[in-house]
Structures are given as C-alpha cells and as structure tokens.
Design a binder for this molecule. Sequence first.
Ligand code: SF4
Length: 89
Amino acid sequence: MVSDRSGHRSAGSGGTVPHDEGMADGVAGNEGWSKLGAEPGLCGRCRHAKVNETRKGTAYLRCTRAAWDERLPRYPRLPVRECVGFEPG
Ligand code: SF4
C-alpha cells in the first residue's frame, strides 16, 4: 500500500511540471504544484484539486471534492489516472 514515493524529495531541477495555459483559474498558488514531487495526473487539470504547502516546504495535493463526495480520497495517491469526480478546471 505504501509506496516509497511519498517522502521522496525532488532534486528540484525541473522535470515535468504541469503548466497548462488554461488552469490559471481556480488554483490559487501555482507554486506548490512544482513541489509535489509526483506528477498529479488528472488532478493537475481538475477544478477540485488544491495544493497545500507545509512550513517545511512539502507540498501535498488535496481533493476538495472529497469533502462532500465520499467516493474520493481527501489526499489522492498521485498520479491519478482515473477519477469519478474529475472535472476539468
Ligand atoms: S476529483 Fe479526482 S481528479 Fe479531481 S482533484 Fe479530486 S481526486 Fe483529483
């Protein structure tokens, strides 16, 4: 269940950063996305995704839809490839 991907620190030298022109709306701080350390997959284009950053500089993705849709995990394992709640943002 637990993958060693969590807690993995990215070297920070770039890589694949989700950067779509169309997603400026709805995502408050774009900065955190580059700190996720994993490709977000569908969540990267979903209006329900929110990236939170801890004081330590770790970023994690929270699914805001999970607050009312119990089919979804609040903190989805990335990358998300299929999701019943996905809505393009
Ligand atoms: S609804 Fe699905 S795709 Fe959208 S943020 Fe939540 S888990 Fe990710």
